[in-house]
Design a protein around this ligand. Structure first.
Ligand code: AMP
Length: 287
């Protein structure tokens, strides 16, 4: 695995790969890596792409400076994990390399309602920052395929819309959420959970599964109210639990309202904010 710190060094390597007819499969990350991140690279490998990762804790997508400060950073371990996962190149730049001083690389796109709901409502500015950095990283890395996790469902939906608006040839590939054996979605933030909260946190997945079963015969409002109460009763502080149409992210009323329905939630486990989601009804479900 080659570690690149600058755009110009990476681009020289990228040109060689493309001359050799190889396709780049890119997984952008913020580091503190776990199996979920590595699965993105494994998917790239299985597709025959050259697996390339980036580690960049993007300051512009943190609406809360304390959250940015506390974001876990484990670069040594990350490099070992990437190496063992077969990653061929890692781009790990300083902030000035991604955002050269004096240049405004902000992406100005209108995502309609997609970035107004759920995470967008609770983390103002987050998705504008995320879209800007993903676009900038795509421009640097030059991938044919972009690998992102279902774990961040709204992020994935917004990136899909960004690629559509930019008429980008990059193909977006979704990686299913990788979970701990007890159901907790893997996240870099999990390492900050207290032992007590680590025990409680898997309830999020249980409640998502219960919502999936309940939604087939109950209105969304009831399922949602029940889930919010169950999260609180377990000792978490839920911010939202939404049943949304899977492409528009708009609320659904009941099972028959949409072909594609996802339940998305965010809850505080002590000092740590966790998000998770579950597809309740996939487009091919005819039940
Ligand atoms: P992050 O480092 O949290 O910004 O995540 C980088 C990428 O890894 C994003 O595309 C995430 O959706 C994805 N990812 C994070 N956690 C998981 C997980 N548990 N399963 C699958 N993908 C994940």
């Amino acid at each position: 695995m080659i570690l690149f710190k600058t755009v110009s060094d990476y681009r020289a390597w990228h040109a060689e790969q493309r001359r050799a007819g190889r396709n780049i499969g890119f997984a952008p990350t913020m580091g503190a890596l776990h199996e979920g991140h590595l699965e993105l690279l494994h998917m790239a490998q299985r597709a025959g792409d050259v697996p390339v990762a980036s580690i960049f804790v993007n300051p512009t997508q943190f609406n809360d400076p304390k959250d940015l400060e506390k974001y876990p950073r484990t670069p040594g371990r990350d490099m070992e994990l990437l190496l063992s996962a077969g990653c061929e190149a890692l781009f790990m730049p300083e902030v000035n390399e991604v955002y050269p001083p004096g240049q405004d690389l902000t992406l100005h796109l209108d995502f309609g309602q997609l970035d107004k709901v759920m995470e967008g409502a609770f983390r103002p500015g987050h998705f504008a920052g995320m879209a800007t950095v993903v676009n900038r990283l795509i421009n640097i890395i030059g991938p044919q395929r972009l690998y992102m996790g279902q774990k961040d469902f709204q992020q994935l939906t917004i990136v899909r819309d960004m690629l559509r608006q930019l008429q980008s040839p990059v193909e977006l590939v979704m990686c299913p959420t990788v979970r701990e054996p007890d159901g907790l979605a893997m996240s870099s933030r999990n390492m900050r959970l207290s032992p007590e909260m680590r025990q409680i946190a898997p309830v999020i997945y249980q409640i998502l599964l219960e919502a999936k079963a309940a939604f087939q015969h109950r209105p969304a409002a009831q399922v949602q109210a029940h889930a919010m109460a169950a999260l609180s009763a377990a000792g978490l502080k839920p911010e939202y639990f939404e049943l949304a149409e899977g492409y528009t992210l708009q609320p659904v009323g009941q099972w028959s309202d949409a072909e594609f329905v996802v339940a998305c939630t965010a809850a505080w486990a002590g000092e740590v904010r966790l998000i998770d989601n579950l597809v309740l009804k996939a487009p091919e479900d005819k039940t």
